[in-house]
Design a binder for this molecule. Structure first.
Ligand SMILES: [Zn+2]
Length: 338
């Protein structure tokens, strides 16, 4: 992509899917970083689950849900603090926005749209781009990928208005929606939304489907426990945070992936390999075909943090992380994508 050729956002790849009598999802079909799903429980005045990564995607989601709902929903749930799940909040004026109590603080730390837009702008300007190419090829590559679909200008992060601790039950005209805090596994605020009468779980990013998961804050143990909980809830349908709608096999496969990576990482750790060396060598077996396999690096780094008894909430150097994914992709000869 040439300098200054930043394209318009591309929300047209989003589709609407009915997943039960009263529950719906909008799915971002590309299934890469920022391509998050949203949900709708079309009862009790309407509940939207997650609000997309930029305003044009949020508007497209509203447009698609508007084909089935009677009016703007009264409530929004943010399943966690990542930008792709909260940056459309401002379009739900007057709605009650519900999230785990850690989300406001974490949103301030982990979800700054201006910082991300600066990176995209740098990738369009000659000198900053040359600097990025030399020093942070991964950060440049992720910026170029995001430029094709996203525009983070105009986003004002809007914080949740209602916070909860472990669980919150919403009464939607007699149908219950259970918000269960399951983090920190992928992020601190991880919350799943279970609608038992509809047989639906909106899983947020504790489930990535057919694409490589990314975990930022939390532990493998907590993540596996959460997946066991979802399997025990036995929903007919799971709407993952990223990727196509699935049944409980989606939770089972996520569990198997995490167990596989932790085990392989442990072997590499014992042999004295660095997380980067390990990520270049680990045999991903059946998971090699999941989208963006080089994101494995983040999961290996996290496993190493646990082996070294480092805190689960240790911060990430974002540019260095994208660079590592870039180098892993090059060595593994898979597409450089995030
Ligand atoms: Zn996330």
């Amino acid at each position: 992509m040439d300098a200054g050729s930043q394209g318009p956002a591309r929300p047209e790849l989003m589709k609407l899917q009915q997943v039960s009598d009263n529950c719906f999802a909008t799915l971002n079909e590309r299934n890469r970083v920022c391509d998050a799903n949203s949900g709708l429980i079309n009862l009790g005045g309407g509940v939207v689950v997650d609000t997309q990564a930029d305003l044009s995607h949020a508007r497209r989601m509203i447009e698609l849900f508007a084909t089935v709902w009677p009016g703007m929903p009264r409530r929004v749930v943010n399943t966690h603090e990542d930008g792709a799940h909260v940056w459309g909040n401002q379009l739900f004026e007057g709605a009650e926005i519900i999230a785990h109590r850690t989300v406001p603080g974490r949103m301030r730390q982990a979800a700054d749209p201006r910082a991300l837009q600066r990176l995209l702008d740098d990738a369009s300007r000659l000198l900053p781009r040359l600097f990025l190419r030399a020093r942070h090829p991964g950060a440049l590559a992720v910026a170029r990928q995001l430029q094709r679909d996203y525009d983070f200008n105009g986003i004002t992060p809007v914080q949740p208005t209602t916070l909860f601790e472990d669980r919150l039950v919403l009464d939607l005209d007699g149908t219950e929606a259970h918000l269960i805090h399951v983090g920190p596994c992928h992020q601190a605020g991880d919350t799943i939304v279970h609608v038992p009468a509809e047989g639906v779980v909106f899983a947020g990013d504790v489930i990535f489907r057919e694409c490589t998961p990314l975990g930022w804050t939390g532990t493998y143990a907590r993540w596996l426990q959460c997946l066991d909980l979802i399997i025990w809830l036995d929903p007919e349908v799971i709407v993952p945070g990223h990727g196509p709608v699935c049944g409980i096999e989606g939770a089972m496969e996520m569990k198997a992936y995490l167990e596989h990576v932790r085990e392989e990482a442990s072997r590499c750790f014992e042999r004295g390999l660095t997380p980067l060396q390990a990520s270049k060598r680990i045999d991903l077996g059946p998971y090699e075909g999941w989208r963006s396999p080089a994101r494995l690096y983040v999961n290996v780094e996290r496993a190493y943090r646990e082996f070294r008894n480092e805190p689960a909430e240790a911060p990430w150097d974002t540019a260095a992380t994208f660079d590592a994914i870039y180098h892993v992709a090059k060595v593994r000869r898979c597409a450089v994508e995030f």
